[in-house]
Each structure stands twice: as C-alpha cells, then as structure tokens.
Design a protein around this ligand. Structure first.
Ligand code: BES
Ligand code: ZN
Length: 458
C-alpha cells in the first residue's frame, strides 16, 4: 500500500500501475462516434469518464447534444486563482480494417512499452493523463492550486458539429483564463513540444448524378454522359500541375507565417527522406517554394478523402454508372474562414461541372485554423514543466491536423490556448495498430501536475 504523500509526482509514481489499468478500461469501450451502431458504447465512454471525474472529487455531469453527450467536470475550490479549462475527446475513429491490427483494437495490449488500442493516443490516453494529474493533486493535498473545468466531447472525430453551440451557450460557465489540450504529438521521442498552430477544416461531399440507373456501357456509352468521368474532370480542376490549389480565391485570406516562425521551423531537425519512408510513399510532393514542414503546417490544402463510382469488384463489368461521389476536404490556415471556403468551393464546382450531369456539393463540417500567441505565464509554465520532466527544453512545432473547437475557445472564451501533446511520430492515429508510449502517458501526467503549480505561482 502506497504511503500518503504531499507530492503529486510521487503519487503518480506510486499509482502508475493502477492508472494504466484504468486507462485500459477506458480503451476497452469502442466509442466510435462515426458509427451509429456504437452510439451506446460512445455514451458508455462518456458515463465512464464522468464517473472517473466524480471519483476524484470534481462536480461531473453529462450534457446532452443532438449527437453524443459532452462531459463536464468542475473544481472551483481556489477562489481568486486562475481557471484552467482542460479539453479532450473521448470518441475514437473507426478501427477498420480490423484484419490489419496485430492485436484487437479494443483490447489494449502492451508491446515494447507502448499500449496498442484504438484511441490510445487519440485521444483517450492523452485526455486521461489530465485526469490522473488532477487526481494526484486532490489526493495528496486535498486541493488544486487553480480552478479547473474539464470539457470532453464525443464528436471530435466527426467534426465537433455540436460543440461550438455548446461553448457559445455556456460561455459564462466555461469562462477561463486558459485552455490546455493534449491531443497532438511530440516532435520526436524525448523532445517535448508545444504547438504553435493547427490547420482548420472545410469538408465536402460532391455527388454527381447521371442517368436514373446504371446502364449497359455498350448500349448507352458514348451517347450518355458518364458521371464518373464528370467527377474526375471536376476533381482535376482543383489543383494546378505544380500542386497549388486552383479554386479561385482560395488563397486570398492566407496570412503568411511570420519570418521568425518560419525560421524556427527550418531550424528543427527534420529529414525529408525519413518522413517519406515513414509515410511509405514513393515520393514527396506539394507546393513549390516550401519545405515539407511548411507545406504541412503553414499551407492550406485540398484533398480527396474518398471516391466511389461504378463497378469496383473482381474482374470486369461493362457498366455506365448512374452516379459518382467524392469526399473532399480542405485544410485551412489563418485567416481562411471555413464558410468562405465553402462558398468558393460550391461556386467553383458549379462553374466547372460538365453538362449532362447534376452536381451537388454538400458541406459536412468545418473548423477554423488557429495560431498561438507563444508567450505569457501559461506558456512559460509549460516550458518549465516540460523541461523538468523530460530533461530538455521543449521545441515549438506546428501541426497539419485540426481540432475544430480550438478556434472557438479563442474566439468565444477569449482564452489563451496551450497545446501540449504526448503522442509520438508513427503512432498510427486513425490507422491500424494505433499506440501510445506508456512512458509518455506517465510523464505527461507529471508535466500537467507540475504545470498547475507553476502556473498558479506565475
Ligand atoms: N488528434 C487529432 C488532431 C491532430 C491530428 C493532432 C494530427 C496532431 C496531429 C484529432 O483527433 C483529429 O484527428 N482531428 C480531425 C478533425 C477533423 C475531423 C475536423 C482531423 O484533423 O482530421
Ligand atoms: Zn483524431
């Protein structure tokens, strides 16, 4: 039995095994937000998290939305001290294709010090390490040095469609000095990292309808326009030959990254060939005039995420398909606005759509891009906490992924946002064999526990 102690870090060491067991229970719940057959599991994960927050002494409750519930936990026992809001998500991506997992996606398995499970790093492990940091303070001292709000959603992986309205409606309750989020990766093993930016998102579905039903491609082909070809033509207009996006107006609102930030990015130890090999791609590509990291972190994109039309089974079938569909998403950078990009995309597609088919563009979800103000007491506290726990100064990195609510936190709550992640390159987020380093899980909890003390004193 561990001795009672006043030191949160010692508490985390003494209770590391229990923390893992609890994390594994959380990971066993298949909270796949995209799939309605998992709605019950997703709600179960929300309830599990609410109970975990209540067990350590927070006022915790579920808040219903038109989709998956929001979990809110509050501890407001430090009047006069600042308030931190911790954000994370308890939903996970679908685990398919299941046959590519070396151990079952929802049976956490430890190999080489890493836990393999869907959601291990994105984001249950990174969210739960915050719960463990809170517990370490509350169990050792009976109090936190700051007020804390924990806000966890179950729809991040499907675009956070109900969260902006919740933040707007509850903005008085969610009022805080700063937001802390762990839902990203460190630059490299052993190199702690603070994020300076996230890209935003505008996600579309393009449907092309041709004839009322599939037709014999011999009896009708050549005289009836083919929707698969029409879609291919539309998609081919989205980029110039050199990889720049050719949708008129697309770059108008792009605000260049400051030279100092670009210089910082260029100074990071980054090997293009290593990145290419990790991606498993025959070559790298992208906009001319930018380094790989600049392409990923500072430039907007337009990507096809899915394509569907006609016969795709074994062998050959001569058919003129009735319809074709593409999922297309744009990653955005400051100051691109998802609603404006939606307007530009719809206008562009309407302009280039070939005759003889009906084309519709549906906007599925969007999120604003975000850029950090790297300075102030929270940033300084995070730098120090990371340096103490990892034994080296953190680097400042950008990020190509998106966390839709971050822009809303800044805009609606006026709060500073700190993104400090404990994932690692190659962690297979969204892919088979997702993993999180258990050492980073443990260290991450220590960093956050230390951050509270340093920030409270700042
Ligand atoms: N954890 C990621 C965000 C992220 C991605 C951080 C890559 C660092 C590296 C998050 O869960 C995520 O996947 N977000 C989605 C948002 C989208 C559905 C709007 C994304 O980026 O695709
Ligand atoms: Zn994700």
């Amino acid at each position: 039995m561990a001795q009672p102690t006043q030191d949160p870090a010692a508490f985390l060491d003494a209770h590391a095994e229990r923390a893992r067991d609890e994390l594994f229970d959380f990971l066993r719940i298949p909270s796949v937000s995209a799939r309605s057959e998992h709605d019950g599991d997703t709600r179960r994960a929300a309830g599990w998290l609410r109970d975990a927050l209540a067990a350590i002494g927070l006022d915790a409750a579920l808040h219903e939305t038109p989709g998956h519930p929001i979990v809110l936990g509050e501890w407001r026992g430090a009047p006069g001290a600042p308030t931190l809001l911790v954000y994370g998500h308890y939903d996970v991506q679908p685990a398919e294709p299941l046959e590519l997992w070396d151990s079952p996606a929802f049976e956490p398995t430890v190999r080489d010090g890493n836990v393999y499970a869907r959601g291990s790093v994105d984001d249950k492990g990174q969210l739960f390490l915050h719960v463990k940091a809170l517990e370490a303070h509350l169990r050792t001292r009976g109090a936190l040095p700051v007020n804390v709000i924990v806000l966890a959603e179950g729809e991040e992986e499907v675009g956070s469609v109900n969260l902006e309205a919740f933040v707007e409606a509850e903005k008085a309750r969610l009022a805080c000095d700063a937001v802390v989020i762990s839902d990203s990766a460190m630059f490299a093993p052993g190199i702690p990292s603070i994020l300076s930016s996230l890209r935003g998102m505008a996600y579309f579905q393009i449907d092309v309808q041709g004839p009322a039903g599939d037709l014999h491609s011999g009896s009708y082909g050549g005289a009836v326009p083919n929707p698969a070809m029409a879609l291919a033509r539309i998609l081919a207009t989205m980029h110039d030959a050199d990889g720049t996006v050719a949708i008129p107006g697309f770059y108008d609102a792009v605000r260049p990254f400051p030279d100092a930030v670009r210089a910082q990015m260029r100074a990071l130890p980054f090997d293009d060939e290593h990145f290419r090999a990790e991606a498993g791609s025959p070559a790298l590509g992208g906009e001319p005039g930018y380094t790989v990291l600049e392409r990923l972190w500072t430039r907007p994109t337009c990507e096809v995420n899915g394509l569907l039309s006609g016969y795709t089974g074994e062998g050959a079938k001569t058919v003129l398909p009735a319809k074709a569909m593409a999922k297309v998403s744009c990653r955005l950078v400051p100051d691109q606005d998802p609603l404006e990009i939606e307007r530009l995309m719809a206008a562009h597609v309407a302009r280039v759509a070939p005759p003889g088919v009906t084309v519709t563009v549906t906007h599925l979800h969007g999120g604003r891009p975000w850029r950090a103000d790297l300075g102030g007491p929270l940033f300084d506290a995070a730098k120090q906490a990371l340096a103490e726990v990892f034994g080296r100064e953190p680097v400042v990195t950008g990020e190509g992924g998106s966390i839709p609510v971050v822009g809303d936190f800044q805009r609606v709550l006026g709060a500073t946002v700190l993104l400090v992640g404990f994932g690692l390159p190659g962690e297979n987020a969204h892919a088979p064999n997702e993993w999180m380093s258990l050492d980073n899980f443990h260290r991450g909890a220590k960093v956050i526990a230390r951050l509270y003390d340093l920030y409270a004193k700042a």
